[in-house]
Write a protein that binds this ligand. Structure first.
Ligand SMILES: Cc1cc2nc3c(=O)[nH]c(=O)nc-3n(C[C@H](O)[C@H](O)[C@H](O)COP(=O)(O)OP(=O)(O)OC[C@H]3O[C@@H](n4cnc5c(N)ncnc54)[C@H](O)[C@@H]3O)c2cc1C
Length: 452
């Protein structure tokens, strides 16, 4: 069996290492256009901010390690074309310029995503950078050294993490977003306003409700960002306005969503029986709505890559869908969310009812007890939990993983009220704040639980 894999960051590396272990008789060949594998972009802001000093820690595998598993590695090879009928791929060696054609029995597409670069006037000016891979991280570090004023465009989690890194490095930072608040896809306003206030107290300029119209500069270098209602001097711009699936290679070969994300079944099989796909190049099943969604996360990528490996010979282990669970640490705040927020529910035409708990993470008699804000959103008809958000200076983010399990298991808010959680004064309270969200919901409805 000849297996070809295109792309080797998280989904690709997970697929390759698992396949090499599970099918020692298979001939596995990996094509990667970059000069490294397995870069943890998740640590990019920490690297830029100097928290991660040794960048080697941001890699958990290497071409040499994959080779030791018996895999053929073609680094700096760009796959240019796929002939799905002849089962061949056509690639260019980016170092020598040579071209080669290779055959396969099964193909695994893990080509990931690429940052969106809107066609804004002046975007080609020097010092307007993207933040995705290792080489880009190094360019940001190098250019930031000589920059006093830094502008981040896009207030999602990557933009917000970079804002913190630049502010801590003593830069004058402006954060621009067309939405009316930061992190609007992950947390509702009651949560993001706390982080925004913190940003403003630290001197960060928030330019919300503003869209970039053009970049201006002199000598080829960016010097100013012009929005629909403002103008900001800048030495460096980082564009963090989202990701697009990297799937031009398979357009017309496999089914995709409108944005190009490959549609796979629960066994990571595309609409073509011999082509599997995993990671940021794919859509995922979003459990709160039961529909396909584009949620590019490393967690989804490693899970899907592993499942592509497990299912490539025969379908044995289905994917359970995702809630898009994510967490963030910004200055002193820890926050996490899973599933629907009220904002995302509105965008998806889903109806939710929410319950908010304000508590301390442990009893007041302890030397310190931090405030916790938890919001749980449910389907008002079935009372099933569809989403949750938490924010605290204490690290209570694992509670969101617990609620992710609840969503995946189809639990109701009433069941949550009485789930058995431990109590120990160092960590929590006799009634865990998760239980309290369930109790609050029962009191609100003032009726017998819908389902037990
Ligand atoms: C700054 C930043 C922070 C992040 N933080 C988090 C986080 O905290 N938590 C989290 O879960 N996720 C996080 N993510 C998202 C996460 O990094 C991605 O979801 C993950 O990288 C997806 O992995 P992937 O293997 O599917 O795709 P990618 O990482 O996009 O890798 C695809 C690979 O395919 C290669 N490739 C593409 N086309 C070809 C071709 N034609 N020929 C050969 N090779 C090709 C590319 O060179 C690349 O190496 C972050 C992302 C960024 C950018």
């Amino acid at each position: 069996m000849k297996i070809a894999v295109i792309g080797s960051t998280h989904a690709g590396t997970a697929a390759v290492t698992n396949m090499a272990n599970m099918y020692p008789e298979a001939q596995i060949t990996v094509y990667e256009r970059n000069d490294n594998v397995s870069f943890l972009s998740c640590g990019l802001a920490l690297y830029v901010g100097g928290v991660v000093e040794d960048p080697q820690g941001l890699f958990y595998s290497s071409p040499e390690e994959l080779q030791k598993l018996g895999v053929t590695i073609r680094m700096q090879h760009d796959v240019k074309d796929i002939d799905a009928e002849a089962k061949t791929i056509y690639a260019e060696n980016l170092v020598t310029g040579e071209h080669l054609t290779d055959s396969y029995d099964k193909l695994v597409i893990t080509t990931g995503s690429w940052p969106v670069t809107p066609p804004i006037e002046g975007i080609a000016l020097e010092n307007i950078l993207l933040a995705k891979n290792y080489n880009q991280a190094n360019t940001i570090i190098e250019r930031a050294e000589h920059a006093e004023k830094v502008t981040v465009v896009g207030a999602g989690y990557i933009g917000v993490e970079l804002v913190e890194a630049f502010e801590k490095a003593g830069k004058e930072v402006t954060l621009i977003d067309g939405a009316d608040r930061i992190l609007n896809k992950y947390l509702d306003e009651a949560f993001t306003s706390i982080v925004e206030e913190d940003f403003e107290n630290r001197g960060i300029t928030l330019a919300m409700n503003e869209t970039v119209q053009r970049f201006e500069g002199s000598g080829g270098q960016v010097g100013r960002v012009i929005t629909n209602s403002g103008s900001y001097e800048t030495d460096l711009v980082i564009m963090c306005v989202g990701f697009r699936p990297n799937t031009n290679l398979v357009r017309g070969i496999v089914d995709t969503l409108d944005n190009g994300a490959i549609i796979v079944n629960e066994y990571m099989q595309t609409s073509h029986p011999d082509i599997f796909a995993a990671g940021d190049c794919c859509a995922v099943t979003y459990n709160p709505t039961g529909k396909h969604a584009y949620i590019p996360l490393a967690t989804n990528a490693v899970r899907m890559g592993t499942l592509a490996a497990r299912n490539i010979m025969e379908p044995v282990m289905p994917h359970g869908g995702t809630q898009g669970t994510s967490g963030l640490h910004i200055y002193d705040y820890n926050m996490a969310s899973t599933g629907l927020t009220e904002t995302s529910a509105q965008l998806l035409d889903a109806h939710v009812k929410s319950f908010t708990i304000e508590d301390t993470h442990r009893p007041a008699f302890m030397p310190t007890a931090e405030h916790v804000k938890l919001k749980v959103s449910i389907d008002p008809e079935t009372r099933k939990i569809l989403g949750a958000q938490v924010l605290s200076k204490a690290d209570v983010t694992q509670s969101i993983n617990t609620l992710s399990v609840c969503i995946q298991a189809g639990m109701t808010i009433d069941q949550l009220a009485y789930v058995d959680f431990f109590f120990q004064p160092h960590f929590n309270q006799p009634w865990n704040f998760l239980n309290k969200a369930g109790l609050e919901a029962q009191q609100d409805y003032n009726r017998t639980p819908a389902l037990v």
